[in-house]
Ligand binder design. Structure first.
Ligand code: NAD
Length: 480
């Protein structure tokens, strides 16, 4: 891993103009692994200039050739799969298995992008009037910027850039400053795959770079994934500046367990959902709605499993729960736990953490007796904390879940098909699991939140994302 990073602008690796930089840490050990430059307006302006210069030729490149270029990127990503997974595990702290899975999902998004030309075709109709034909074309939006979060350092940039590029846009990526090395590796692979200079640009930075992006008149569209307050700000400010914008935000995902659910696999699925990636996942189940009778049995089984969870470094194959991204996040989670206790939640189980490692660990916590109005039941904690609310019926469970201001994902555990149908129809969430704890859609399907989990009307992957990265033109033709 290199110690310092550069921006990739117009096909060249350039030192940032700004002298400001931030340390990057290995969350498993607490070791400093390098530093990231914090770019701002000058770096963003240079990247936008390069992207604008590259745009005319790239948008005229036949879609099949653009798709072939993305195919070459896919080959390189595939060859670098294990290396990327190790990088993600090191700088993000998720387990190597989780990192491998996330890189796989990212490459699937590139595969979808490489096959996208088939979806770029538009419709046409002859004789919309006498001797008049109409044809619809999908054209690129222009220069697109992607702003990404720390929790999927490879997958989320790969949701965005390849699809935007195959549609004929040029792209500026601003990755999370907490996991910049994975993004730099993507930049290197894009360079090796022979993408023309300026088609894909990379600018490192934090808030200042984001503000420069949302305000820059040379950027036509902004794709964002991150926390709810920043998503709201990016959405409103970009829209006010006349940009197309899609901003995926936070979550509070509910897992409903009916009394007839199969106990063992259900407990494993819930624990995987809530504590996998230490809860730093927008699809993490963080509230269990245990429908009576049966909550006591479920809580007892969950508590036993939570106490046995192996918390440890990302590269230990025995680790089930890795560290959190930074010590501040550990402190924030500890504050949430305190708050839960103060609000009257009962601590049903607390896991253990490795001692003396220097890593950023927080033990898994299971709360029972949580009530819907408690803040721990409403706010995104983004850590290894699971709350159990008891409900008298499926209808009550759905009603409680639907009161959430978020609507990213939800799941039901049951053997009753009719109940599962009632749930999947009645729940106000975009991604629904039936006996699946992390209902992450394949890249060909829409990754889609509802309510406060998204600002914008389209999904981040699949056909809807393709709509985001293109604009439609209808040509009406008559020949005299
Ligand atoms: P974050 O909002 O802190 O950061 C996201 C991006 O915004 C980063 O690139 C960061 O540099 C930038 N940023 C941070 N603070 C900013 C500010 N004040 N002004 C302007 N830009 C700023 O999010 P994070 O902590 O990196 O990621 C975790 C969050 O992302 C969670 O809330 C999670 O639910 C959400 N998330 C959502 C999805 C989804 O699909 N809905 C997927 C992954 C993550």
């Amino acid at each position: 891993m290199a110690a310092a990073l550069r921006n990739f602008i117009g096909g060249q690796w350039r030192d940032a103009q700004s002298a400001r930089a931030l340390d990057v840490w290995d969350p498993s050990t607490g070791e400093r692994i390098g530093e990231v430059p914090l770019g701002g307006s000058p770096e963003v302006a240079a990247a936008v200039r390069a992207a604008r210069e590259a745009l005319p030729a790239w948008r005229e490149t036949p879609p099949l050739d653009r798709a072939r270029a993305i195919g070459r990127l896919r080959e390189r990503l595939e060859a670098a799969r294990e290396e990327l997974a190790r990088l993600v595990a090191r700088e993000n702290g998720k387990t190597l298995e989780e990192a491998r899975g996330s890189v796989r999902r990212g490459i699937e998004a590139v595969e979808f992008a490489a096959s996208a030309p088939v979806l770029l075709t538009g419709g046409s109709l002859r004789n919309v009037g006498r001797g008049v034909d109409a044809a619809e074309f999908r054209e690129p939006v222009g220069v697109v910027a992607g702003i990404t979060p720390f929790n999927f350092p490879v997958m989320i940039p790969l949701w965005m850039a390849p699809l935007a590029l195959v549609c004929g846009n040029t792209f500026v990526l601003k990755p999370s400053e907490r996991v910049p090395f994975s993004a730099e590796r993507i930049g290197r692979l894009a360079e090796e795959s022979g993408l023309p200079p300026g088609v894909l640009n990379l600018v490192h930075g934090g808030r200042e770079a984001v503000e420069a992006i949302v305000d820059h008149p040379g950027i036509d569209a902004v794709a964002f994934v991150g926390s709810a307050p920043v998503a709201r700000e990016v959405y409103t400010r970009s829209a006010a500046a006349g940009k197309r914008v899609l901003a995926l935000a936070g979550a509070k995902n509910h897992l409903v367990v009916l009394p007839d659910a199969e106990l063992r696999p259900t407990v494993e699925a819930i624990v995987g959902s809530a504590f996998g990636q230490a809860g730093e996942r927008c699809l993490a189940g963080s509230v269990v709605l245990a429908v009576e009778p049966g909550a006591d049995r479920l809580v007892a089984a969950l508590a036993e499993r939570v106490r046995s969870l192996r918390v440890g470094p990302s590269d230990d194959p025995a680790t089930e729960v890795g560290p959190l991204i930074r010590p501040e996040q550990c402190r924030r989670v500890a504050e949430w736990v305190e708050r839960g206790r103060a609000e009257g939640a009962r601590t049903a189980a607390v896991g253990t953490v490795p001692t003396g490692s220097g890593g950023f660990y927080h033990p898994p916590v299971l709360f029972d007796g949580v009530r819907p109005e408690m803040t721990i039941a409403q706010e995104e904690i983004f850590g290894p904390v699971l709350s159990v609310i008891r409900a008298a019926s499926l209808a009550e469970a759905i009603e409680v879940a639907n009161r959430s201001r978020f609507g990213n994902a939800a799941a039901i555990f049951t053997r009753d098909g009719r109940a599962a149908r009632e749930f999947s129809h009645g729940i106000a969430a975009g991604m629904v699991g039936v006996n699946v704890g992390v209902p992450a859609p394949l890249a060909h399907f829409p990754f889609v939140g509802w309510k406060g989990s998204v600002f914008g009307s389209l999904a981040a992957t699949g056909r809807e994302a393709l709509e985001f990265y293109t604009r439609t033109k209808v040509v009406t033709t008559r020949w005299f």
